[in-house]
Design a protein around this ligand. Structure first.
Ligand SMILES: Cc1cc2nc3c(=O)[nH]c(=O)nc-3n(C[C@H](O)[C@H](O)[C@H](O)COP(=O)(O)OP(=O)(O)OC[C@H]3O[C@@H](n4cnc5c(N)ncnc54)[C@H](O)[C@@H]3O)c2cc1C
Length: 396
């Protein structure tokens, strides 16, 4: 399929999908001054305690974005067969299982029974588990392991088409993307209800002052155009969004859309991945590769390279573009079962078990490799969130 055709097709799908996938709900809210919790539709919403003095952690790191999508291909380096599996932008957790499956199939095509994986983040760990399940013996080599890998600092939600490629490369990548997303989605459903709640479905509310489709008041984005793969290709897979009428929710905006979202509780989830890997006989060794020829230092002849943003320096690969992201965590509130995203005010919050994850959406993150924290950025995001909570209470 030609790119234009794909984009036209997906745009058509999007415009109809956008309308048909959102159901209108017009149920009176049951709220009053004495209500212990705010209500959305018929659901109680515990107030978020948003204040800067409840911040327990701030993190910043770079997403490994590639315009053409992640690099998943086999390359011979000296006497080693190296399967690259890096460059997953803002979708690494979401696509990890499917990406691991592709990489494992490539590793199997070399005939190896014993493989090495370089990298112990979201991609390395899931690839290792898929490879073990395929009967391979796996050793992971990595500079860092959880909780000290970049993956640990992600928002932690199902965002399979977030900064995964540019619109220009959508057509050649679409089929592979869909296969990875569908396989990953299935794997995530199999983790529901598992002890420690590594994965959960939670309601996310999108708040807007503008009707859907109205341009942002913040003007043109400085980022490239990204394809909307999820709405175009996975409409049958994920639950539908619901548009709530003004009196059916406690939020201070005229337009509110509720959609169930898959949330990854990264602390318990990455621990589970590590434990499963080790229980199946996997070993992890600390090792840093400085340059391409260092792959020769690894015993195994077939190696899967899951070094994420680290691949940029290791392979001198400037197709990897850093996209900075800063988050902070507020003290966990187990009673908060929902999250919200208010694009006009550039803030979102996710109801993670290991802390309410607050993300500031900043301009200038694209092609920004600064991994130094800007504490004021997170404090401002929490203050914006506090203002939203305040306005919710006033409305209630
Ligand atoms: C703010 C933010 C929010 C995000 N939110 C989401 C989200 O909600 N959902 C989602 O799906 N994705 C999200 N992402 C994207 C996701 O976090 C990444 O795509 C993912 O972490 C990439 O994983 P990785 O395993 O490739 O890289 P990493 O986690 O960076 O792991 C790389 C591994 O390789 C090792 N390594 C690197 N270089 C070398 C070397 N030279 N020698 C030896 N070892 C090496 C490292 O030590 C590490 O073990 C987000 C990213 C950011 C920054």
């Amino acid at each position: 399929m030609q790119r234009r055709q794909f984009l036209r097709g997906s745009a058509a799908l999007l415009s109809t999908a956008g309308a048909s996938r959102a159901l209108a709900v017009d149920t009176p809210a049951v709220v009053g001054p004495a209500a212990a919790s705010l209500q959305s539709d018929d659901l109680p919403l515990a107030p978020i305690r948003a204040s800067a003095d409840r911040i327990i952690e701030m993190n910043v790191c770079t997403r490994p974005f590639r315009a053409q999508g992640p690099r998943i291909e086999l390359e011979r380096i000296g006497r080693r067969q190296v399967v690259h599996n890096y460059g997953h932008g803002g979708s690494g957790w979401s696509l990890s299982w499917g990406s691991g499956l592709l990489a494992t199939q490539m590793a199997q095509s070399t005939g190896a029974q014993r493989i090495a994986i370089v990298g112990c983040g979201a991609i390395g760990l899931t690839t290792a588990l898929v490879a073990q399940q395929a009967g391979l013996s796996v050793t992971i080599y990595a500079s860092e392991r959880p909780p000290y890998v970049r993956s640990q600092f992600a928002t932690g939600s199902w965002t399979p088409d977030s900064r995964i490629c540019t619109a220009e490369f959508a057509a050649p990548f679409a089929e592979r993307w869909e296969a990875m997303a569908r396989y990953s989605f299935r794997r995530y459903q199999a983790l529901l209800g598992v002890a420690g709640d590594p994965v959960e479905w939670r309601d996310m509310y999108s708040l807007s002052e503008r009707a859907p489709g109205t341009p942002s008041p913040h003007g043109e984005s400085t980022e490239p155009e990204y394809p909307d793969f999820e709405d175009a290709l996975l409409a049958d897979l994920t639950p539908r969004a619901v548009d709530l009428s003004a009196h059916a929710h406690p939020f201070p905006t005229p337009y509110v859309r509720r959609r169930p979202a898959l949330v990854f509780n990264i602390a318990s989830y990455s621990r589970l991945l590590l434990e499963e890997f080790e229980r199946a006989g996997g070993r992890i060794e600390t090792l840093t590769l400085r340059e391409r020829s260092d792959f020769a230092a690894i015993d195994e002849r077939t190696i899967v390279n899951c070094t994420g943003y680290g691949a940029r320096a290791l392979l001198n690969d400037d197709t990897i573009i850093p996209v900075r992201g800063q988050t902070c965590k507020l003290i966990p509130q187990p009673e908060v079962h929902y999250g919200l995203n208010y694009g006009d005010r550039r803030v979102s919050v996710y109801p993670r078990r290991d802390g309410l994850l607050v993300q500031a959406q900043a301009e200038g993150d694209f092609n920004n490799d600064k991994e130094n924290l800007d504490p004021q950025e997170s404090i401002t995001a929490v203050e914006r969130l506090a203002q939203i909570v305040h306005e919710m209470k006033l409305k209630g």
